[in-house]
Design a protein. Structure first.
Length: 268
């Protein structure tokens, strides 16, 4: 796999040069991050660089920055890849599908072409499955698109994310979706029980909120339990966090302060 210099990406549908999270919805929510348990940090950083991200650090946090989302990397063993977990995969749009695929194959990345033109899958370290769609209308080379959950009742899952995260209902092809700024949460009906995400290569997903105290109080009033009290992150100053788990086993980190631009950028 080739190692190349990182190039800062442009913002999702906003001013160039700065990559940032999407503006929140009326509930004060936007997608924030996807968290990967990495057995080999160097391999994960090389992979996400080749995919098109920029590796940035914020104190103890290492993450790949993309328009619309951060992919956080933590050195930790995991119990398996994304397939077989509730979060089966997540996906990006690319502006130039053929050019991107050619670049990835030249870099030694594992790519599987799908049946539809302009669609395929990357498989990264720790068996993280990443779907790719071509969208020539996006303003950047690559952009966050969706997080795909396999659940027994897609409509129930859609309703849960609508009620608790202010998502809007949608439909893509045969899939029911719940849309929040920065991503589409996609649901596939699975009659086979899927493993909870905690401990897998994609350990959890994260939503950034405007006022974590008010937001979490509403969740608790709706009967949703948090893992503990809201707290300051031990890994980055100015970041407050708490965790919940959806009814199907997706661990969710709720953050306030992640959208603050990271102070340093790494080159590899």
């Amino acid at each position: 796999m080739k190692i190349r210099s990182l190039v800062a990406l442009t913002v999702l549908a906003a001013a160039p040069v700065i990559a940032q999270l999407a503006s929140p919805n009326a509930a004060g929510v936007a997608i924030g991050h996807i968290h990967i348990n990495a057995t080999d940090m160097d391999a994960q950083q090389r992979f996400w660089t080749e995919v098109g991200g920029t590796i940035v650090t914020r104190e103890k946090i290492v993450m790949a920055q993309f328009p619309g989302i951060y992919v956080l990397l933590r050195k930790q063993d995991n119990s398996g890849g994304t397939v077989g977990s509730v979060v089966n995969h997540f996906g990006f749009f690319v502006k130039d599908f053929d050019g991107s695929v050619a670049k990835w194959k030249a870099a030694g990345l594992k790519f599987e072409t799908a049946n539809n033109p302009g669609q395929g899958f990357l498989t990264g370290p720790d068996n993280v499955r990443v779907e790719i769609y071509e969208n020539k209308t996006i303003a950047t080379a690559i952009q966050m698109h969706h997080i795909h959950l396999f659940v027994p009742d897609p409509l129930a899952a859609q309703k849960w994310y609508m009620q608790n995260f202010g998502a809007t209902a949608g439909k893509r092809l045969q899939f029911d979706t719940a849309n929040v700024p920065g991503t589409e949460i996609t649901f596939t009906k699975s009659d086979t029980p899927q493993a909870p995400t905690k401990g897998r290569s994609v350990d959890h997903i994260g939503f950034e909120v405007q006022n974590i105290d008010v937001f979490v109080a509403k969740l608790q009033a709706a009967g949703i339990k948090t893992d503990a009290a809201i707290r300051n992150s031990a890994n980055a100053s100015g970041l407050r966090i708490v965790y919940i788990t959806d009814p199907w086993g997706t661990e969710i980190e709720i953050t306030e302060g992640l959208r603050t631009p990271p102070p340093s950028t790494s080159s590899r």
